[in-house]
Design a protein around this ligand. Sequence first.
Ligand SMILES: NC(=O)c1ccc[n+]([C@@H]2O[C@H](COP(=O)([O-])OP(=O)(O)OC[C@H]3O[C@@H](n4cnc5c(N)ncnc54)[C@H](O)[C@@H]3O)[C@@H](O)[C@H]2O)c1
Length: 432
Amino acid sequence: MKDRSGVLSNLLSAVRIRHVSVKQSEVLAIIGQGYVGLPLAMAAVEAGWTVIGVDNFVAKVELINGGTSPVEDISNEQLQAAISNGTYKATSDFSAVSQASVITICVPTPLDEKREPDLTLLRSAAAGIAPHVSNETLVVSESTSYPGTLRDVIIPIIDKLKSEKSKSLYFACAPERVNPGDTVWNQKNTPRLVGAINDESRSRAVAFYESICDAVVSVSTPEVAEAAKLLENTFRLVNIALINEFTQLCSSNGINVHDVIEAASSKPYGYMPFKPGVGVGGHCIPVDPLYLTWWARQNSNCAEFVESADLINLRMPRYVAGRALDLVSTGIKTPRVLILGVAYKPGVGDVRETPVSALRDHLLAQGAEVAWHDPLVEVWEGSKPVDLKWDCDVAILATLQPEMNLAELFSRETKILDCTNSLSGKAGVSLL
Ligand SMILES: NC(=O)c1ccc[n+]([C@@H]2O[C@H](COP(=O)([O-])OP(=O)(O)OC[C@H]3O[C@@H](n4cnc5c(N)ncnc54)[C@H](O)[C@@H]3O)[C@@H](O)[C@H]2O)c1
């Protein structure tokens, strides 16, 4: 009986969802115009929405309104088209959200200096929109955070600061899954998780995302959606840690880990290949699992397995530095090391949380002189790149950027430690 009534209630909610339609001439406001917010804005414009992009970084707003996209996944042409046909505009003025029937929050959720969740920006986004949210508006958080953030942090702030006229507001959580630089999966074709605080909020949130995405997966609560996002990224963190640890075990026993990965990948089920590297980087994989470990501690639990994985990845840059310096001829007092690729992954200029920072620090601590080259990064931590003519004793390929032409290094027979397994078999190249 229990099951049958569950099926019926699911069917009823599916029927209700179909009856809620979103008028696409309506206005969507997106708080935060970065790697998540701007692609969402363009996907919504494509789907017929008029979009206001709110960002508190004034210079970025000016750049965007001037037709220059700050993210690789959105071209200047696409942005300029949306601006010139009047379907998109960026602003720093939060009062603009009063025109919106849907508001999505896409602001960063970093770690603080103790490597614990820092919700300052999320709180300030909620406080910024609260006085301007019109009655009957749907507010959705797309920012990644620990379970309970929508219900216990965002909603109380908005409820406290909203105008008296805004009696009925709807709330949902729809964690963003975008993978910057991915040419296959995007906001439209990646299934979207939606968890809402009640049926009406769910109906509206599902209808909104159905207007933009090919598939919407409605889950029972916001906490399920929030936890699912942490599970997805923690899954990556622990598997990367596993292969980083495995790489060190193989290497110290003279086994090529890449051959092992290839061999294991021939199993058609129950195995998924992950690649070793300098560590983990970006705004998600090194960060989100620590929202999980923190949340566990708040509830008197311990996510021991995840904490170990984090430590293994954090130690990887030191291991890579040691392996590279081992390639330098003895007798060279100050080895010159060229790091190739400082962005945290290929195809983007994003250096947030890049493990290459720790790699450089370990090299410097061991007395090396370090320079770097990355065609997608103009300035990194106050320093400028060098070109590939920079004379070095060893180069470390940390991130293979497209258009990175290593012919110059091969012609000089430079020793290269390849952390990406892309130069296998070339003279002078060692693999992790
Ligand atoms: N970048 C990714 O690959 C990715 C993927 C999935 C999910 N996420 C999650 O999405 C969220 C946003 O990440 P992002 O990568 O887009 O960040 P981002 O730094 O690229 O962009 C965020 C923007 O928000 C603006 N901002 C910050 N605080 C604000 C405030 N209070 N009011 C208005 N604007 C504000 C910033 O100026 C910035 O332009 C994070 O929670 C992140 O974990 C990111």
